[in-house]
Design a protein around this ligand. Structure first.
Ligand code: G3P
Length: 222
C-alpha cells in the first residue's frame, strides 16, 4: 500500500518525506485555504513547489464544475509539473472530463466518493485513483471501511485498474483498517502516520535493552 500525505503544509510534507515512506501528496481547495494559499498564481506556485519536493503523484483539484472548464483546468494543472494528478469531483461533468483526460494521457483522481456505484463509474471512465472519503462516512455513523472493502471486491472481480486511495483518514487505526480492506493507497495527516510508530511494549523493550547494555558495560569495566 502506498502512503500519501493529505496536506498542503510544506513542513509536514518535508517531515513525511524525511521519514522515507512518502509516495505522494493529496491536496484539496480546503487544505490549500488552510495554509493561506490564495490567488491563482500563488496556488500554482504552491503546487509546483510540492511537485518538486516529492517525486510521487501530487493531486491538484480543479475548481471548475462544467465539462469544458474541468478539461481546460485539468490540462493546465497537469502542465505545471510531470507528477501532477488532476483531482476531479464525482459529478456527471467530472466523469465525462475524467474520460477525456484519460484518453489524452492525463492522470486523474476522482474525489468525493461515497458509494460503490460512484466507484464503478469512475473506474469505467478510466480514473487513475479513486478517493472514497472514509472519515466523513464515519462522521454520519456509517461504516466507512465497509465501502473500501466493497469497492476492492468489485474492482478485483471486474479487473478495474483504478487504484483505491482511502481518503479522509484521520487516525492510525484507519490506516491499518484501510490496508486490511484492500486500499492501494492511503492518504492521511502526518500525525496519523506517526501514530503507527507507537506501542508501549516497544518503549519498555527498548528501555530494558539499553539498561541491560549499560549494566553489562559497568560490570565489565569493574
Ligand atoms: O483526502 C480528502 C480529505 O482531505 C478530506 O478529509 O478530514 O476533511 O474529511 P476530511
Amino acid at each position: 500500500m502506498k502512503f500519501f500525505i493529505d496536506t498542503a503544509n510544506l513542513k509536514d510534507i518535508e517531515e513525511a518525506k524525511e521519514l522515507g515512506i512518502l509516495d505522494g501528496v493529496t491536496t484539496n481547495p480546503s487544505l490549500m485555504a488552510k495554509e493561506g494559499v490564495t490567488g491563482q498564481s500563488n496556488i500554482e506556485r504552491h503546487y509546483r513547489i510540492i511537485a518538486e519536493m516529492v517525486e510521487g503523484d501530487i493531486s491538484a483539484e480543479v475548481i471548475a464544475t462544467d465539462y469544458h472548464g474541468i478539461v481546460e483546468e485539468g490540462k493546465h494543472l497537469a502542465g505545471l509539473a510531470p507528477n501532477i494528478v488532476v483531482k476531479v469531483p464525482m459529478i456527471k461533468e467530472g466523469v465525462k472530463a475524467i474520460s477525456h483526460l484519460t484518453q489524452i494521457g492525463i492522470k486523474t483522481n476522482c474525489t468525493l466518493i461515497f458509494s460503490a456505484g460512484q466507484a464503478i463509474l469512475a473506474a469505467k471512465a478510466g480514473a487513475t485513483y479513486l478517493s472514497p472519503f472514509i472519515g466523513r462516512i464515519d462522521d454520519i455513523n456509517w461504516e466507512g471501511m465497509d465501502l473500501i472493502a466493497q469497492i476492492a471486491a468489485i474492482y478485483n472481480t471486474q479487473g478495474y485498474e483504478t487504484e483505491i486511495l482511502a481518503a479522509s483518514i484521520r487516525s492510525s487505526k484507519q490506516i491499518v483498517d484501510a490496508a486490511l480492506a484492500g486500499a492501494n493507497v492511503v492518504t492521511c495527516p502526518l500525525k496519523a502516520i506517526y501514530g503507527l510508530l507507537k506501542h508501549p511494549l516497544t518503549d519498555i523493550g527498548l528501555a530494558n535493552f539499553l539498561a541491560d547494555h549499560r549494566k553489562a558495560a559497568e560490570v565489565a569495566n569493574g
